[in-house]
Design a protein around this ligand. Structure first.
Ligand code: C2E
Ligand code: MG
Ligand code: MG
Ligand code: MG
Length: 283
């Protein structure tokens, strides 16, 4: 009957909500344990010069296995943000990336490593001081650390973030605006911001070469403001050629390389300094 069906629907609905709440609670509990035990890993995705192909740096990306399953940062970073665990996790990422960049610099040569910074970390009044302490602790040249902050996070409250960004910049750390083009940056604000790099969001790189308007506009804007550009999510040779022709500075994406383990990334650093040659591309 209709009544029975309605009743079933209601039962189904509440069970579904309970399942989701349970999944979320398990994820939170797992994340809390992982944060305490620091049981994460960093992988490193290379960036290369668009013209010439030389290695220019890496982006550090966090990895987490929960109950034997790899959970995407796109799924657990928001939970870490909500619970505040991102402060602890972000601190670990910073330490680990600086330790690695310093070791590579000593053993092979200087290669910058970029670290993603979340909204809550940037809003933390102690953040710039923390970065300074981590750099000192590992003896990391500040120029080897780049911080990636998404456009929507910076632009949501520019005035509030400006003092922190200025302090970071004064340390000698480079600042990149991540996923650029997805938010609504005002040109006026962008001119005032202490940033070095614009990372063209993967969605616009994906549109190349048939719909190049946004990528072209970002590259032109960056050139006007004397900022460097990195294209993210480069997957095809056509995209790479278009970007090199258009004057984009650096490329990052599966075409160049998937994110690598620290050991595999180090092998790449070693090769880059041993022969000072462009990386061999598979495509
Ligand atoms: P993001 O910072 O924009 O990082 C780029 C993402 O695109 C990475 O996903 C990377 O693996 C992926 N990617 C790179 N090249 C390609 C490509 O050619 N095609 C496709 N389809 N994807 C590509 P990942 O590692 O899953 O990270 C997702 C997001 O999670 C990151 O986006 C970043 O916002 C966040 N994240 C990752 N690690 C950290 C971290 O240590 N701290 C914080 N706060 N956020 C992080
Ligand atoms: Mg990033
Ligand atoms: Mg990005
Ligand atoms: Mg992106």
């Amino acid at each position: 009957t209709a009544k029975a069906a309605g009743g079933n629907r209601f039962v189904f609905h509440t069970r579904d909500m309970t399942d989701r709440a349970e999944t979320r609670l398990r994820l939170e509990a797992g994340l809390r344990e992982a944060a305490a035990a620091k049981s994460f890993e960093l992988v490193y995705q290379p960036k290369i010069e668009a013209a010439g192909g030389r290695l220019t740096g890496f982006e550090a990306l966090i990895r987490w296995r929960h109950e034997g399953v790899a959970i995407s940062p796109a799924d657990f970073i928001p939970v870490a943000e909500d619970t505040g665990l991102i402060i602890e996790i972000g601190h670990w990422v910073l330490e680990e990336a600086c330790r690695t960049a310093t070791r590579w610099a000593l053993d092979h040569g200087p290669v910058p490593v970029a670290v993603n910074v979340s909204a809550r970390q940037l809003a933390d009044p102690g953040f710039a001081r923390l970065v300074e302490q981590v750099l000192q602790r590992h003896g990391t040249p500040p120029g080897l650390l780049e911080l990636e902050i998404t456009e929507t996070v910076i632009m949501k409250d520019v005035r509030h973030h400006l003092p922190t960004l200025n302090r970071l910049r004064a340390l000698g750390v480079r600042i990149a605006i991540d996923d650029f083009g997805t938010g609504y940056s005002s040109l006026a604000y962008l001119r005032e911001l202490p940033v070095d790099v614009l990372k063209i969001d993967r969605s616009f790189v994906n549109d190349l070469p048939h719909a190049p308007d946004i990528a072209s506009t970002v590259i032109a804007l960056a050139q006007k403001l004397l900022l460097s550009t990195v294209a993210e999510g480069v997957e095809t040779a056509e995209q790479r050629h278009w970007l090199a022709e258009a004057g984009c500075n650096c490329l990052q994406g599966f075409l160049i390389s998937r994110p690598l383990s620290a050991d595999a990334a180090e092998a790449m650093v070693m090769t880059a300094f041993a022969c000072d040659e462009a990386l061999p591309l598979t495509a």
